[in-house]
Each structure stands twice: as structure tokens, then as C-alpha cells.
Write a protein that binds this ligand. Structure first.
Ligand code: GLU
Length: 317
């Protein structure tokens, strides 16, 4: 039977706590800085707390120097964490405890499927490029799993219920996702032992008592599974604001090199000049003029932020 759930993520009496959670696999681009700025303004305009979390789960892709550079760039704009930033690479013990909790609930199983098996033609696709897992390894007996482990290291998946998750995104509006049909059993630990983003983010947002998550629209489809995990772990589910695609002045998706320009520009331009351009792009101020972070904080409202796409002005190109 299909369960239905609608998590209450609206009524808040807690102090607003926001976060920016970059993956340090490269330089920050204009879209990232804008995301950090909106996350900051949203909580600071209501007397809240802003946190930074370094999502360096994959230590090979995420050198420490890259994370430090990100913190330096954010710092130049005044976007500083109110607490010492969390580094996900140091938090395996916390994630392991939650893996154990899921195991005790009988929800964790090893999966031995190869990439080719996962991407079989009939597998329904997910927005993020993944596929809805068929659940084939869910049926493996303990003995069969032990036998397969001799030749292949499995990843770990969590078995999701046939449940609809409904939520209201502060930008995208009302959304519903059926976990079993539109997401499928998802990976919580990779075969190399690294914990997966979906588990880590649910645990960290919960442990940090984050009340609002501001991030790119590319993560919209990840939200229901994170909400589900958070409620299983007993955390209060935050509010979500998925900011739309950031484009060049002609409305084209930014190429990597154009996006990186913001970091280079910092050397030649003042942070206030660039903040002004970003805030103008997000429709928070009426003209592309220098502005301070404290001025922006005084007059912030999500109502002004565009719903479908954000066009960067020429001054940021
Ligand atoms: N680490 C992710 C990224 O850099 C963001 C994750 C999140 O905000 O939940 O795209």
C-alpha cells in the first residue's frame, strides 16, 4: 500500500540557521557566490546564523587547497561562517552511526550491480543523470551476498518505501516525489567506503540544526530523499530554496570559464562592486551599483528573487 507523507517544513520558531555547502572540486563561480550570498542574506536579515560546510567527501577530487581558496573568496565578500566550518572528510564516524541506525531498521543492503547493469535501457532516468535502481540486490540472501563479496566490493543502498513526499520549495513551489518510483533505493556508501552525498548532507543539515537550505535547482530532485532520511533520523526538516539556473546576459547557461571569472575579478575590483552586480542579477537591488553586505542584509526578501532563471549582468562577464 502506498504511504503518503507531507513533512511540515513551514512553521518555524527556531532561530534561522542557513548554510552554504560547497564541494571544493574547483573554483567558485558566480552562481556559487550568488547562492552563498542568498543563503547568508536570508538568515542574516532575520537575525539568524550562517554556516559553511566543506563537502569534501571525495578527498581525491577535493584537495584541501581548493577548499581554503573557496573560504578565502567567500571571506573577501564578508560571507563568513558563524561557527568553525565543518569538513565532511572528518565526519565518517557520525555518518557510520547513522548507517548503523538504518541497518537496525533493516533498511540497508549491499548492491553488486555494475554500471552497465544499472544503466540498462529500461531503467528510468533521474533528473541528476542517475537511474532509478531496480532493487534487484534487495532480494539477495545473506549467503548470496557473501559469495558475491568475494569478487566485488559492494556499495550500500537504503531501501525506500513506496511513499510520496510532498514539500513546498520557497522558489519552485509545491512538489511531490514518489520515493520508490521516482528515486529508488539510493546509495548511502560507495564501494570504496566513501559515504554518499545524500546521507552526509541529511546528517549534517540535521546535526547543525539547519532551518533553511539554499542551493542550486540541480539538487531539487535530491530533496525528498534527504527529507525522508532526516525524518528517519529524528531531525526537523528545513525549508528549501532552490535557486534557478544562473545564465549569461543573453540567457545562455554559463560556460565553466565564464563562471570562474568572479574569482579573478576580485583581484581587480572591490567586493562591493561585485556584490552589487550579483545582487542586481538576483533582482535584490534596482541598479548594478556597488553595495555593502550590511546594506543588502537590511532589505532582503525572497519575493524579489527570479523564479525561472537569473541573468548575470555584462559587468560580471
Ligand atoms: N556540495 C553541493 C555543491 O557544491 C551542494 C550541496 C547542498 O547544498 O546540499 O553543489
Amino acid at each position: 500500500m502506498k504511504e503518503q507523507d507531507s513533512y511540515s517544513n513551514s512553521e518555524r520558531v527556531r532561530t534561522p540557521v542557513g548554510r552554504f555547502a560547497p564541494t571544493p572540486s574547483g573554483e567558485l563561480h558566480a552562481g556559487n557566490v550568488l547562492c552563498a550570498l542568498l543563503a547568508y542574506l536570508s538568515v542574516k536579515s532575520r537575525g539568524g546564523k550562517f554556516l559553511i560546510r566543506i563537502e569534501d567527501l571525495d578527498s581525491v577530487r577535493c584537495p584541501t587547497c581548493s577548499a581554503q581558496k573557496i573560504l578565502d573568496v567567500l571571506g573577501a565578500f564578508g560571507l563568513e561562517s558563524d561557527e568553525t566550518p565543518l569538513w565532511q572528510s572528518e565526519r565518517s564516524c557520525v555518518y557510520r552511526a547513522k548507517e548503523e541506525l538504518l541497518r537496525r531498521k533493516g533498511l540497508v543492503y549491499p548492491c553488486f550491480c555494475t554500471r552497465a547493469q544499472l544503466h540498462a535501457a529500461e531503467a528510468p532516468r533521474l533528473d541528476d543523470g542517475g537511474v532509478v535502481y531496480s532493487g534487484v540486490c534487495r532480494a539477495l540472501s545473506k549467503d548470496m551476498a557473501a559469495e558475491k563479496s568475494k569478487t566485488r566490493k559492494p556499495c550500500l543502498r537504503v531501501a525506500v518505501p513506496d511513499m510520496e513526499i510532498k514539500f513546498r520549495d520557497g522558489i519552485a513551489g509545491e512538489l511531490t516525489q514518489n520515493l520508490a518510483h521516482e528515486c529508488g533505493d539510493f546509495i548511502i556508501r560507495r564501494s570504496d567506503g566513501v559515504y554518499a552525498y545524500q546521507l552526509a548532507v541529511a546528517v549534517d543539515d540535521g546535526e547543525s540544526e539547519v532551518t533553511e537550505v539554499v542551493r542550486g535547482a540541480d539538487l531539487l530532485s535530491s530533496t525528498p530523499r534527504q527529507m525522508w532520511l532526516m525524518s528517519l533520523f529524528g531531525y526537523t526538516v528545513p525549508e528549501y530554496y532552490h535557486i534557478p539556473l544562473v545564465c549569461d546576459p543573453a540567457g545562455r547557461k554559463l560556460s565553466k570559464s565564464e563562471g570562474d571569472g568572479i574569482t579573478r575579478r576580485l583581484a581587480a575590483s572591490s567586493p562591493e562592486r561585485l556584490l552589487g552586480s550579483l545582487a542586481y542579477a538576483a533582482n535584490i537591488i534596482p541598479a548594478d551599483e556597488p553595495v555593502s553586505l550590511s546594506e543588502l542584509t537590511k532589505d532582503f526578501s525572497w519575493k524579489k528573487v527570479p523564479r525561472t532563471r537569473i541573468l548575470l549582468p555584462q559587468s560580471l562577464m
